[in-house]
Write a protein that binds this ligand. Structure first.
Ligand code: ADP
Ligand code: AMP
Length: 233
């Protein structure tokens, strides 16, 4: 399989980044690196990082840049990232975006052993009024990670995963009180990240306010034309 390179997915909480990441990962055989999932694992395992991040996550604030960048750096050194990877929920501040550019340049673009092309950066655009319903209705399978929505994409049997029958769980931060704070955090700290990539003419916008399959089809198209353009250029 050819190199796909880094895929950066930006967009507000609930935009569909996790849902689409899993489809991209299956199609191209590259890992999904969700900083939210990695942080939640650390909280669950009561690691030093988890203990430091827990309070901010519960409030809907961002975890400090240095902690998240170190965590991403560790994960990206794994060999499964050599052909490419999906960053889901990272970068979320301009400092993280600048850090990522520098890291990719040194670890990937200038490293003959890790030949991946330059990152494709995609922003998911969704009507803000729909995000609360998407987030509050989100349920996740703790065993396989599949994402459902009790209003929009319900499982066949109430609250049970279609694939393995596990009881679906709701994230603590998908309660209405925290959702408002997470959306405000996105506007304040993450919207400028999209502006940074747009200024550099590296931003692709996708209308994510459409059925999941339609969004997936457009993403595959964008990823393939980016990989082809970068390989030939
Ligand atoms: P993010 O990772 O961006 O926070 P998710 O992929 O977890 O978002 O999706 C949030 C919720 O919205 C989930 O319940 C998911 O099932 C639902 N969802 C995702 N994409 C769509 C879509 N295109 N249309 C309707 N609902 C969607
Ligand atoms: P998510 O699963 O992407 O919705 O992230 C859940 C929570 O994890 C966020 O509300 C933040 O508290 C934290 N988080 C995830 N990614 C980042 C990041 N790149 N920078 C800072 N905090 C993050």
């Amino acid at each position: 399989m050819r190199n796909i390179g880094p895929i950066v997915l930006l967009g507000p909480p609930g935009a569909g980044k996790g849902t689409q990441s899993k489809r991209i990962a299956d199609r191209y055989g590259i890992p999904q690196i969700s900083t939210g999932d990695l942080l939640r694992e650390n909280v669950q395992r009561r690691t030093d990082l988890g203990l430091k991040a827990e309070a901010q996550m519960a409030r809907g604030d961002l975890v400090p840049d240095n902690l998240v960048c170190d965590m991403v750096a560790w994960r990206l050194r794994d060999t499964d990232c050599e052909r490419g990877f999906i960053l889901d929920g990272f970068p979320r501040t301009v400092r993280q975006a600048l850090w990522l550019d520098a890291f990719l340049k040194h670890q990937f673009l200038e490293n003959p052993k890790r030949h991946v092309c330059s990152p494709i950066v995609v922003r998911f655009d969704v009507d803000y009024n729909k995000l609360s319903l998407r987030l509050n209705g989100r349920r996740t399978c703790p065993a396989c990670g599949l994402i459902y929505n009790i209003h929009l994409q319900p499982p066949q049997v109430d609250e049970l995963c279609d694939v393995d029958g596990s009881k679906l769980i709701m994230r603590d931060d998908d309660r209405y009180e925290v959702i408002q704070e997470r959306l405000a955090t996105y506007e304040r700290q993450t919207m400028p990240v999209a502006e940074y990539y747009a200024r550099e003419r590296r931003l692709i916008s996708v209308n994510a306010d459409r059925p999941v399959d339609e969004v997936t089809a457009q993403l595959f198209q964008e990823i393939e034309s980016h990989a082809a353009a970068t390989a030939s250029g």
